[in-house]
Design a binder for this molecule. Structure first.
Ligand code: ZN
Length: 354
């Protein structure tokens, strides 16, 4: 077992031990902080169909989203906008803890499921939009590949930049393995070349990106959302590249241009940013400084952590709690809002920043 694998096993053991005793609630006064920012992506009804794990991972059901809203309100949290969270960080926390719901990327199910649920509860939420998503200029290869693998069996034969692939795809295990292999190859290309690589791979197989474009909000929809009183539209870069792997000039342009384009397209000022991917491998001090210089009030990562008053000095690298398809479990959410998972992952570093 690797060191990371061992650590994960210990985290799982500790979580299971705490699940029964509920002793983790004793941590909340010490480690629960003044609030929490939740990181979500898509909200999609479960059709019961087999899925590729990497894709279903970023989806939760509309029912679970609703149960999250009810859960946090029952626990005494106030659902606040990013502007209100920023105000509280800068001018002192409120009497009650806060929760911010944030959704990354800009999928169109924001309009189908997120907006109706938040309207029902009259609660604010935020969506970080990738501008090339709204342009619909980048193919959603992960859904194209999933559909190809789920609707094909036998042997998948394809070529990628001179590399001939022959992958068995009869069982779900083989389909998952093929997905991982092809994803790995896609990711090995320079990010700027990926669009052409994807087109060259799928075109001979007769898979078109067009039918997936409806999964992305259009500019008209993003603009309407930006004017909705419950919604905040934030930036999430132009191309969703790993910013750390780019040159300083390119990374800075990804951040600044996305703010400018969003403002121009929506007519609404953009004050908040989410780093693409958002782990330590994809954003660090250089990118945090860029977001700060760009004038964003807040910028968020995907590092697990709760928000403390000390974060007023670190509003350009705020941690979040990511809720994935695998984490649709309110007891686990309860543990995380009390600080248990953050404690296990980050040791006694209470105020998670860089
Ligand atoms: Zn994203």
């Amino acid at each position: 077992m690797t060191q990371a694998g061992g650590k994960h096993a210990i985290v799982r053991l500790a979580i299971n031990a705490c699940r029964v005793s509920r002793a983790y609630r004793l941590l909340r006064p010490l480690l629960g902080g003044s609030g929490v920012i939740l990181a979500l992506h898509r909200v999609v009804p479960d059709t019961g169909r087999s899925r590729i794990g990497a894709n279903s991972r970023i989806e939760i059901s509309p029912e679970f989203l609703e149960s999250l809203i009810i859960f946090f309100r029952k626990k005494g949290y106030r659902i606040v906008s990013l502007d209100e969270m920023y105000r509280q960080l800068k001018h002192g926390p409120g009497e009650t803890p806060f929760v911010c719901f944030t959704f990354d990327d800009g999928y169109s199910d924001i309009l189908d499921y997120v907006l109706p649920v938040f309207s029902k509860y009259n609660a604010p939420f935020a969506v970080y939009v990738v501008t090339s998503f709204a342009e619909k200029s980048f193919p959603l290869w992960w859904y194209m590949l999933e559909e190809l693998l789920l609707t094909t069996s036998g042997v998948l034969e394809a070529s990628l930049d001179g590399l001939s692939l022959k992958l068995k795809i009869d069982t779900m295990e083989e389909k998952e393995a093929a997905y991982s292999r092809i994803r790995e190859i896609f990711m090995s290309f320079p990010q700027e070349e990926l669009r052409d690589v994807v087109e060259n791979f799928f075109s001979p197989l007769g898979v078109s990106p067009d039918q997936y474009k409806k999964c992305q909000m259009s500019w008209e929809q993003v603009a309407a959302l930006a004017h909705h009183p419950l919604a905040t539209v934030g930036a999430h870069s132009v191309h969703h590249y790993n910013l750390r792997s780019l040159s300083r000039a390119d990374a800075a342009a990804e951040i600044a241009d996305s703010k400018e384009i969003l403002q121009e397209k929506t007519g609404v000022a953009v004050h908040h940013f989410s780093f693409p991917f958002g782990s330590r491998e994809e954003c660090g001090p250089r990118e945090f400084e860029m977001a700060r210089k760009c004038g964003f009030k807040t910028a968020v990562t995907i590092r697990e952590g709760l928000i403390f008053p000390e974060h007023r000095f670190f509003t350009e690298c705020l941690p979040r709690i990511e809720i994935t398809g695998r984490h649709q479990d309110l007891t686990l959410v309860d543990m995380r809002r009390c600080g248990l998972v953050s404690l296990l992952r980050n040791g006694f570093k209470r105020v998670v920043t860089v």
